[in-house]
Design a protein around this ligand. Structure first.
Ligand code: G3P
Ligand code: MG
Length: 254
């Protein structure tokens, strides 16, 4: 088999929806990724205080909205009153809080595949893993190819697995790939790893692929680096540079 046979999703993934060209993890970001020709988007999902799955990277809303506080302390009504676009620029003023529901509708309607990164507010790993997995199963039911779930949190992945075992999962690795990566990945029933480009040297990449795991690398922001990783057999790269690192860029055709 080719090194890519186990990865059914596209090889180019728009990081946080629209990379650096839109406010991360919003519907506007998904529109930006789609307009740039991406067939797959990655985004971060967590829970409001009343259990609504929505998109947010940080524990708090402070950096990416005009509000303040922990996501886990704000209910969906409070989040609905915030502006998630103005921090990025005036073109995006008034961008609403992105529910997982609205993003599922948009990506499915446009035939775009998803990587749902489960990003629990600290201390809420298990409930977030369960709720996001259940929501994904419901919102993407009948989709030809399900979203890939991923997380840095092994508790969240374990909870997602228990809740909806059939959804594909990848273990995200922060920092260097640990020596026991294979045992951890297999113990969680994950299909593979998503690792940091800073730690994706050729020997590490080839070891992971030789052992039959899928491998996606974040965040890859030059065409040369994308070309190198894909030539080693990596299944996919996440990028913020939507106009440079893409399937139709010179030398990157897949
Ligand atoms: O899922 C890949 C990447 O998004 C992980 O890092 O911090 O951007 O969510 P982060
Ligand atoms: Mg992410």
């Amino acid at each position: 088999p080719t090194p890519h046979s186990a990865w059914p999703w596209p090889a180019f993934i728009a990081h946080r929806g629209g990379g650096r060209f839109a406010p991360e993890n919003t519907l506007a970001a998904m529109r930006t990724g789609a307009a740039a020709g991406f067939g797959m988007v990655e985004f971060d999902a967590k829970l409001s205080s009343d259990g609504m799955p929505f998109l947010l990277h940080d524990d708090t809303v402070d950096r990416t909205s005009d509000g303040h506080g922990l996501a886990s302390a704000l209910d969906w009504r409070a989040l609905g009153g915030l502006d998630f676009g103005s921090w990025h620029g005036p073109d995006f003023a008034g961008e609403p809080a992105p529910s997982l529901l609205s993003v599922a509708r948009y990506t499915r309607a446009h035939g775009i595949h998803s990587n749902v990164e489960i990003k629990p507010t600290t201390g809420h790993e298990t409930e977030t893993g369960v709720a996001v997995a259940r929501a994904v199963a419901y919102l993407w039911s009948g989709a030809g190819l399900p979203p890939l779930l991923s997380s840095f949190s092994e508790s969240a992945l374990e909870a997602a697995r228990t809740a909806v075992p059939e959804l594909p999962r990848a273990l995200l690795i922060e920092g260097p790939v640990p020596a026991d990566w294979r045992a951890r990945q297999q113990g969680l029933g994950c299909i593979g790893l998503n690792i940091d480009t800073l730690h994706a040297d050729e020997a590490t990449v080839r070891d992971i692929l030789d052992q039959g795991a899928t491998l996606a690398v974040w965040t890859v922001n030059t065409p040369d680096r994308a070309r190198e990783l894909l030539s080693w057999g990596c299944h996919a790269v996440f990028t913020d540079e939507l106009h440079q690192v893409r399937a139709d860029a010179p030398g990157l055709a897949r």
